[in-house]
Design a protein around this ligand. Structure first.
Ligand SMILES: Cc1cc2nc3c(=O)[nH]c(=O)nc-3n(C[C@H](O)[C@H](O)[C@H](O)COP(=O)(O)O)c2cc1C
Length: 361
């Protein structure tokens, strides 16, 4: 039984632990002849990499990726392309510090996966949480860099749109701004506010949650399938699989419950380019199938459970105790979840693109 794989035709298997030798993934089912250079994968990994600002964990990982298989330089064009065979990607762990975690070896961190891993497996990797650590998400970002190249003309972008109770002003939305601040925030003014807001939280040893929005432009109509392969279902599952995600919505999501039928249904009109929608409350998906509009999803990330204030917990021997989580942690894990969200959405869309072609030609 394996649960480390997702996707059907564009299939990603990840492996490795936070404090092991390396992490990596195998991408199977990638079509052949897609130009692929390691620098493209590295560029995405660099956006997720820890230690880039004072607002993320200070663990220093180069996250240098190696392509082990599945590509070759095309004999005629001289360009490195995918061969259609499994693409194996490897990232070595270089900054593990197990001693940071030794004092929590026998205690369950509240809000982390310690208790449930122990309940399931009878042991857990206390060195940074092993496989429950978000270190694993680097491998998804690597796979996502390949997935981005599969659907012609598709762009997948994500942004942090809320931190704690503070939402961005959507009127200020500027995608270019996302690359200019350490929060992946599309609102310049709110990003400036987040600097002092998160500094306060970080210095007090606490943490805060966030909301991330993912938008895929250029998704053709027709991806997704009824009933058990709905695009929104697969997208929600993929985003929910990201560490610390506690809620996912598509389009207006939970807000749709407050709308009337008149306000919610996206009206249509004929244009020179074919049928067109006058709004996008549906988030680009109807009946589990893409409409051709931007696919829009949003998810809530909980505050980092590892904080400096002492918390009540129990130990492996069943005794009550207190715990204080030292070590290096993200004060707002929502920040580094942004590139991970793009990767997961890209993988789901690539998978559905190939599945769609497989069925309808
Ligand atoms: C990018 C990213 C970085 C994270 N970094 C930390 C961290 O530094 N410390 C921590 O306690 N949790 C961190 N988390 C969250 C934990 O991995 C997660 O809460 C834990 O595995 C339990 O899983 P659950 O919250 O999904 O139930 C991070 C999550 C993401 C997405």
């Amino acid at each position: 039984m394996s649960h480390n794989t997702f996707g059907h035709m564009f299939r990603v298997t990840t492996f490795g632990e936070s404090h092991g030798v390396a992490i990596g993934c195998v991408v199977d089912g990638c079509p052949p002849l897609i130009p692929l250079d390691v620098t493209e994968i590295q560029a995405d990994l660099d956006r997720r990499r820890p230690g880039q600002s004072r607002f993320t964990t200070q663990r220093q990982e180069a996250d240098a990726v190696k392509i082990l298989s599945g590509v070759m330089v095309h004999p005629e064009t001289g360009v490195q392309v995918t061969t259609g065979t499994p693409i194996a990607l490897l990232i070595e762990n270089t900054d593990q510090r197990s001693k940071d975690y030794s004092d929590i070896k026998d205690k369950f961190r509240p809000g982390h996966a310690d208790f449930t891993y122990e309940a399931k497996y009878g042991l857990r990797d206390y060195r940074g949480g092993g496989r429950s650590s978000a270190r694993e998400t680097a491998t998804r970002v690597a796979a996502g860099a390949i997935a981005r190249k599969i659907v012609p003309g598709m762009t997948v972008r994500a942004a942090l749109v809320q931190m704690g109770p503070h939402k961005i002003d959507r009127g200020n939305w500027d995608w270019d701004e996302v690359a200019r601040n350490p929060f992946f925030c599309p609102d310049k003014d709110k990003a400036a506010f987040f600097e002092s807001y998160l500094d306060g939280i970080r210095k007090s040893g606490s943490s805060i949650g966030a909301v991330i929005e993912v938008v895929a432009d250029g998704v053709p109509a027709g991806l997704g399938a009824p009933i058990y392969a709905k695009l929104d279902g697969d997208l929600a599952a993929a985003l929910m699989s990201i560490n610390a995600v506690k809620g996912v919505e598509i389009g207006d999501g939970f807000g749709a419950a407050e709308l009337s039928g008149e306000d919610n249904a996206d009206e249509m009109r004929m244009t020179n380019h074919g049928p067109s929608f006058l709004s996008n409350h549906a988030g680009g998906i109807l009946g589990g199938i893409s409409t051709g509009q931007p696919v829009v999803a949003r998810f809530a990330v909980k505050p980092t459970s590892s904080i400096l204030s002492p918390r009540k917990t129990v130990d492996r021997n069943g005794a009550d105790t207190d715990i204080l989580t030292k070590g290096r942690h993200d004060p707002c894990v929502g920040i580094r979840a942004v590139p991970v969200a793009e990767a997961m959405a890209a993988c789901v869309l690539a998978d559905h693109f190939i599945r769609h072609r497989g069925q309808v030609g």
